[in-house]
Design a protein around this ligand. Structure first.
Ligand SMILES: Cc1cc2nc3c(=O)[nH]c(=O)nc-3n(C[C@H](O)[C@H](O)[C@H](O)COP(=O)(O)OP(=O)(O)OC[C@H]3O[C@@H](n4cnc5c(N)ncnc54)[C@H](O)[C@@H]3O)c2cc1C
Length: 413
């Protein structure tokens, strides 16, 4: 793949118009936290029929899974085509277009997808029907909680939250989570913790995952934390104190009445999806900074000349274009691999994330420099793009964690 197809370009134009009408007028309200992103996400899903596609795909997947459980041929199951297939290119285009203005919306949407992804990959049919579908259609908001005050990069090893199995088969959950996207508003939270076992050292204890509903006794979701950027996505803390839950909330453990146990989690697959997702987000920031900066360089006059005539400004614009070109090519490479059924390695996904996010931060910083004092003012938007870009080097694995993944791969050869 060397460019977007004609169909993708047409779709991009439609999405861009929609974003300009439905998101751009609300960027300030989203930035101040006056408005949450959830109405916009629902609007996006309804306008483009994404909710209906998700529902049809869900029904088809469940019908096939049920046929397998019942010992029937899953291929014989008649279903409505979900449409859209596995069009990762279209998802990336939506992400790029929205991140040109408010990357927090994609963060909020992406984390609801992480929650539904965990339920759909590890859950039983009952669990998928109870919690998965409403997250897939975005009728409900999801959170995915792994990070704790004492463990971020070392999320699995350092985790302290516990689930204790009671004699009656229920579980008692305790612990706290921090920096949880959608945490303040989530209807459904995927809570990852360790099974209490006094005979096993804390770091080695088994990871267990539960699905929690808003308002459950012993489960507190705090107000949004104040933060630097991606302000369109509320981020909060979660506190669990003696929260007693039934076995039907345990993922990957065959909870509920279903005969077939759910699958075990695959953290690497989740990390891969997160990393690649951030690449498209970086591209949205870079594209918008480049557009705004080029326009400004043509129109801002100093010493009777547009500042674009000065080589020091030209160098910044040229570096921005190199970054845009590189990130886009990395994304095309990923999309090409995917369309051919090839999986990129974890190190390759990490390399893409490391490069793209560092480049996005540098590009946004250069954009502010090109705008001078205006660049520091919210009205000119580049400062907002910088604030949005900065988190991309931290979440979905910090720069240092990407370096670690790449170096480990190189050194293991
Ligand atoms: C806005 C926002 C939204 C988030 N959303 C979610 C969410 O929805 N769900 C969720 O579970 N988490 C979420 N997170 C958490 C995020 O994934 C973590 O912040 C991130 O993984 C880093 O962990 P930490 O903040 O604890 O930093 P730490 O792990 O404490 O790292 C501090 C510094 O030390 C470095 N470091 C750590 N270990 C090493 C090492 N071995 N070698 C070299 N350097 C090292 C790090 O790279 C970093 O520079 C979110 C965070 C933010 C800020």
């Amino acid at each position: 793949m060397i460019e977007w197809s004609e169909e993708q370009r047409m779709a991009r134009d439609v999405i861009r118009k929609w974003v300009e009408a439905e998101i751009v007028p609300h960027v300030d309200a989203l930035d101040s936290g006056e408005m949450t992103p959830y109405g916009i996400i629902k609007n996006l899903y309804k306008t483009f029929g994404l909710d209906e596609m998700a529902r049809n795909r869900f029904d088809a997947a469940i019908a096939r899974e049920q046929a397998i459980e019942d010992g029937k041929d899953p291929e014989a199951v008649k279903t409505v085509d979900g449409g859209g297939g596995d069009d990762m290119g279209m998802s990336q285009l939506v992400s790029i277009e929205i991140c040109r203005h408010a990357a927090g919306i994609i963060t909020a949407m992406g984390v609801t997808d992480l929650a539904s992804g965990a339920i759909m990959s590890q859950g039983t049919i009952e669990q998928k029907q109870r919690w998965g579908l409403d997250l897939l259609t975005k009728d409900k908001v999801g959170a995915w909680a792994i990070t704790e005050p004492g463990s971020g990069s070392d999320a699995f090893g350092g985790m302290k939250s516990t689930a204790k199995l009671n004699e009656d088969g229920t579980w008692t959950l305790n612990g706290s989570k921090t920096f949880i996207t959608n945490g303040p508003h989530a209807d459904t939270t995927v809570f990852i913790c360790k099974q209490y076992d006094p005979d096993v050292e804390q770091r080695q204890r088994k990871i267990v995952t539960f699905v929690l509903d808003k308002g459950m006794a012993g489960f507190e979701q705090t107000k949004p934390l104040k933060k630097m950027g991606i302000t369109a996505s509320p981020t909060g803390q979660l506190f669990l104190s003696d929260c007693v839950v039934g076995p039907e909330r345990l993922l990957g453990g065959g909870g509920g009445k279903s005969k077939k146990p759910g699958k075990k989690s695959d953290p690497k697959a989740t990390f891969m999806a997160e990393r690649v997702g951030v690449v498209g987000m970086s591209l949205g920031v870079v594209e918008r900074c480049l557009e705004l900066s080029t326009e400004y360089a043509k129109t801002r006059v100093q010493w009777d000349k547009p500042i674009g005539d000065y080589q020091l400004i030209q160098l910044k614009l040229a570096n921005m274009e190199v970054a845009r070109f590189n990130i886009q090519n990395m994304l095309f490479h990923y999309l090409e691999c995917r369309s051919k059924g090839k999986t990129m390695t974890f190190a390759e996904a990490s390399a893409m994330k490391l490069y793209s996010t560092q480049a996005a931060v540098q590009v946004a910083d250069d954009a502010i420099q090109i705008f001078g004092g205006n660049g520091y003012m919210a009205e000119y938007r580049v400062e907002g793009l910088y604030r949005d870009a900065r988190i991309m080097r931290i979440y979905a694995g910090t720069d240092e964690m990407q370096v670690r993944a790449i170096a480990r791969d190189l050194l293991s050869r």
